[in-house]
Ligand binder design. Structure first.
Ligand SMILES: Cc1cc2nc3c(=O)[nH]c(=O)nc-3n(C[C@H](O)[C@H](O)[C@H](O)COP(=O)(O)OP(=O)(O)OC[C@H]3O[C@@H](n4cnc5c(N)ncnc54)[C@H](O)[C@@H]3O)c2cc1C
Length: 479
């Protein structure tokens, strides 16, 4: 019997798990995918917004501003990557400047710090590639960029070290509530019993709600966002997050530096029927190219290395829906967590545990808020690299040439506390395959390493989800 069962291991479920792991409780996390952070948390802009944009008085506004601050604690405790970029919101004429002034007033009410207005020449001193059509800029220095998969992984790894249990490939298909106990069933007919449940299922949070009640006032209306990724050789082309003015469709098409040096162009914002639709479209990608030039000039479109799309869990409730069910005590919905969900995530986890569940237990003596810093070979000094290679020759074998990822880092990604045996899982953990060749060189080597380390046949190595092998059969047999 579990005290709390969290459905969904995105950034929200993972940070809630970490928050609950402070206490002497049996906590279970169930994830339908074979990996953590495989849905919304995998495909987004990765911006830790300042909290300027959500309407004053909403939960989104309060938790974004607090979440932004809490990222500094996560950086200290979990060694997450954080790029302190700052952001510029750009206006192009008098009408847009009026909207920018309103945005500033809203941000002031939300208690966003250190903002200032700049004219074009002031802003171009730090961003020479800013479009010449811009007339006024709102500078938001507290804006940062994180690596959302990493935040989810490290938070859940920390939670697991503190006693939380994670089960992957477990899609909850029904929930029953009898004698104050919740009985959850997954697609494998596996049954879990729990005293309380936390619905952190992202775009699927209304499907989970529908399993237990019909009176919670939210429905997910999924909104797709498409992107281009520029190769990391553009590093420095733009250093701030560049926003146009927000509209009803959201924050608009942005230019966003990423922690590893790449730049994202996008996203679009289109309502879709299919929650699982992550394909890109000619219309969407053309829209990005047309709109992004309003923010930056000389964009090196020739350095596009890939495109991708994600689907936001936008809800009819118009704010984050973080409440206990009115008909089922101990069932908590953490739903409608669309943008700025990455930003607000650490604050959402604290808000749920401290203000909604109101856990009264003392923090257990054994709770450890930190995890060990991961070795990224390419970040070491020359001397440290030589020492590491002497200790372990697998640090001397570069597998991913674009990102300089060594064989030992791939082995660590396979066997770590939140290890993975898929090509995409290794890409998410070690960045192998994230460079300009997008795995063209290293994927064949990674398949072999995964097969060797997990005692599998090459044809059994999955690309991403379960049953997605990338090798079908052997075509040439060497003697
Ligand atoms: C295009 C786009 C751009 C965005 N940009 C930003 C940004 O720059 N900054 C920002 O702050 N936010 C941004 N967001 C929002 C942010 O990505 C989300 O708010 C955040 O990732 C939500 O995390 P989550 O854990 O709730 O959802 P998810 O990451 O989707 O996690 C939910 C998990 O629940 C699992 N699940 C679902 N159903 C079941 C079931 N039946 N049984 C078991 N498990 C289940 C899923 O597999 C999934 O892993 C963006 C989102 C998108 C799509």
């Amino acid at each position: 019997m579990y005290d709390y069962t969290i459905i969904g291991a995105g950034i929200i479920g993972s940070l809630i798990a970490r928050e609950l792991s402070k206490y002497d409780l049996n906590v279970l996390v169930l994830e339908k995918e074979n990996d953590v952070a495989n849905v919304q948390t995998r495909a987004n802009s990765a911006i830790v917004h300042s909290g300027h944009d959500p309407q004053y008085g909403t939960l989104k506004a309060k938790l974004s501003v607090l979440g932004n601050k809490l990222y500094d604690d996560l950086e200290k405790d979990l060694h997450i990557s954080l790029l302190k970029t700052g952001a510029y919101v750009c206006a192009h004429d008098k009408d847009e400047e009026d909207i920018l002034n309103d945005l500033y007033e809203n941000a002031k009410l939300n208690k966003v710090n250190d903002m200032e207005f700049l004219n074009l020449s002031q802003a171009q001193l730090s961003e020479p590639n800013l479009s010449d059509d811009i007339t006024k800029v709102l500078s938001l220095p507290t804006t940062k960029v994180c690596f959302p998969w990493e935040v989810a992984f490290f938070a859940l790894e920390n939670a697991i070290n503190n006693g939380v249990e994670l089960i992957r490939n477990s899609e909850i298909i029904s929930i029953d509530h009898k004698n104050d106990i919740y009985i959850l069933k997954d697609q494998n007919d596996q049954i879990y019993e729990s005293k309380a449940i936390i619905n952190a299922a992202g775009v699927y949070s209304d499907d989970i709600k529908d399993m237990i009640e019909d009176d919670a006032p939210f429905k997910i209306t999924p909104r797709k966002g498409e992107y281009f990724v520029l190769d990391k050789s553009v590093r420095g082309f733009i250093n701030h997050v560049l926003y146009p003015l927000p509209s009803k469709k959201g924050k608009g098409v942005l230019v966003t530096p990423q922690v590893h040096g790449n730049i994202l162009l996008g996203p679009t914002s289109e309502l879709v029927d299919d929650k699982g639709s992550i394909s890109t479209s000619k219309t969407g990608l053309t829209y990005i190219k047309q709109h992004v030039t309003a923010l930056a000039k000389n964009i090196p479109f020739e350095l596009i290395i890939r495109s991708f799309a994600g689907v936001r869990a936008t809800s009819t409730y118009k704010d984050f829906y973080i409440k206990e069910s009115t008909s089922h005590k101990g069932f908590y919905h953490v739903a409608g967590i669309d943008s700025p969900g990455i930003t607000a995530a650490p604050a959402i986890a604290k808000y749920l545990v401290d203000e909604i569940i109101k856990i009264k237990l003392p923090i257990k003596d054994s709770f450890t808020p930190t995890i060990a810093k991961k070795i990224v070979f390419n970040h070491l000094t020359k001397e440290e690299k030589i020492k590491k290679q002497k200790e372990n020759p697998l640090y001397g074998r570069i597998i991913c040439k674009c990102e300089h990822i060594t064989e030992q880092e791939i082995i660590d990604a396979i066997h770590g506390p939140l290890g993975s045996d898929t090509i995409k899982g290794i890409k998410k953990r070690a960045r192998a395959g994230s460079g300009i060749c997008q795995g063209g060189y290293c994927e064949s080597l990674i398949v072999k390493i995964i097969a060797r380390e997990t005692n599998k046949d090459l044809t059994q190595v999955d690309y991403d989800q379960k049953n997605t092998p990338i090798l079908y059969k052997e075509t040439k047999v060497s003697s």
